[in-house]
Design a protein around this ligand. Structure first.
Ligand SMILES: NC(=O)c1ccc[n+]([C@@H]2O[C@H](COP(=O)([O-])OP(=O)(O)OC[C@H]3O[C@@H](n4cnc5c(N)ncnc54)[C@H](O)[C@@H]3O)[C@@H](O)[C@H]2O)c1
Length: 374
């Protein structure tokens, strides 16, 4: 199959959808890979690194027009809508339930749009979102430690302490992928870590894997209000699938926090879990409310494109290989996880939540791509 890798043109996006290592796996299997000039630069991959593994470097036109399968990181922006066409399989983060113009552009063009974020395993895991949550969680602990420094407006506390001086306290609200990864780094820095969760099963699992290195406490409004008083860093890491983040932290609660403490709201991409949260950017990551530094960057992995690009390729490559090997129709027939990723095909909306969000007709995927038994 002819596989294209487009350069991201959305502002502040430095990731690329395929590493040279990923490109080699594809060229080895006999596929043709075309990478847009400079597509990997933001992630420190030169064009020559792709050429060395047998990929071809081409213009945006070459990549979009010649590919059968096009790999991207972010959804197409408006100037790319005209490039969408029938016969092309587009594999990228789409998030179209929140983007009506793009939904229409995809449907009108006849492209097959497969969204990373809706590829879903039978046990409901989201394998192509998980690596970004891992990165965001780890960054949140680092950001918390950093913004505690006095010259940055923080309390002036070293999170890990030193022998003879107690470490700082980190409170993680939500013990999912973000929360676990935030806790791992905070523990590594030497902090005293508490996770508030509301799923008993998840807490049992965390207890097994973190074996006594964190306090695990049932989450409730009262518990949150009590725990944040003693904390130096609070990390918001909750998710209610398909819904906006619950507002668990009120302005009132923040007033009880210590002056110069830090609140990292990782759940900001779902609206944030505090009343006082609003999205920030990497160029201006923090603001202060009630004496608490708020770090609410909506695209945290964007800060570490080298890591994020590699982690993303690790996760997407098996699906890319399946589509390249079998074609989309057979690949989705073989793998229900991938089938759940198909949002739009032949002008039909095949992902129910997207159709509902925009009041459009929903067509089950089997009606458009008959899932023949393999
Ligand atoms: N800002 C960014 O750059 C960025 C990057 C990746 C993920 N995120 C966001 O981080 C959030 C967490 O993602 P995740 O992958 O860890 O999700 P996840 O589903 O793995 O974990 C969420 C956890 O929150 C728990 N939870 C729900 N309500 C709770 C409550 N009231 N109190 C305590 N715990 C509660 C759930 O039981 C679950 O364990 C999501 O909103 C996600 O979109 C943001």
């Amino acid at each position: 199959m002819r596989i294209g890798v487009a350069k991201e043109i959305k502002s502040d996006e430095y990731r690329v959808a395929l590493t040279p290592a990923g490109a080699l796996e594809l060229t080895r299997r006999g596929h043709e890979v075309i990478v847009e000039t400079g597509a990997g630069i933001g992630s420190a991959f030169a064009d020559s690194a792709y050429e060395r593994v047998g990929a071809r470097i081409g213009s945006a036109e070459d990549v979009w027009n010649e590919s059968e399968l096009l790999l991207k990181v972010k959804e197409p922006v408006q100037s790319e809508y005209a490039r969408l066409r029938e016969g092309l399989v587009l594999f990228t983060y789409l998030h179209i339930a929140a983007d009506e113009p793009l939904t229409h552009a995809l449907a009108d063009s006849g492209v097959a749009g497969v969204a990373y974020e809706t590829v879903e395993a039978d046990d409901r895991r989201l394998p192509l979102l998980a690596p970004m949550s891992e990165i965001a969680g780890r960054l949140a602990a680092q950001a918390g430690a950093y913004f505690l420094e006095k010259p940055l407006g923080g309390r002036g506390l070293l999170l890990g302490g030193v022998p003879g001086v107690a470490p700082g306290r980190v409170l993680v609200i939500g013990g999912g992928i973000v929360g676990y990864n935030a806790a791992v780094i905070a523990i590594g820095l030497g902090a005293n870590v508490t996770i508030l969760e509301r799923s008993i099963d998840r807490m049992r699992h965390l207890d097994e894997i973190l074996s006594g290195r964190v306090s695990l406490v049932m989450s409730s409004s009262l518990q949150i209000a009590e725990s944040i008083r003693d904390s130096d860093v609070v990390i918001g890491a909750v998710l209610i699938p398909g819904a906006r983040a619950p507002k668990l932290i009120t302005r009132e609660m923040l007033r009880d926090m210590k002056e110069g403490s830090v609140f990292c709201d990782v759940a900001i991409d779902q609206g944030g879990c505090a009343e006082t949260s609003r999205p920030t950017t990497h160029s201006e990551p923090v603001y202060e409310v009630e004496g608490v530094t708020h770090y609410c960057v909506a695209n945290m992995p964007g800060a570490v494109p080298i890591t994020a690009t590699k982690a993303l390729t690790n996760a997407t490559l098996p699906y890319v290989e399946a589509i390249a090997e079998h074609g989309l129709r057979e690949a989705v027939a073989r793998d229900p996880s991938l089938a759940r990723g198909v949002n739009v095909v032949d002008g039909k909306i095949t992902y129910e939540a997207v159709a509902e969000a925009h009041n459009l007709e929903y067509t089950p995927l089997e009606d458009v791509l008959p899932l023949a038994p393999v």
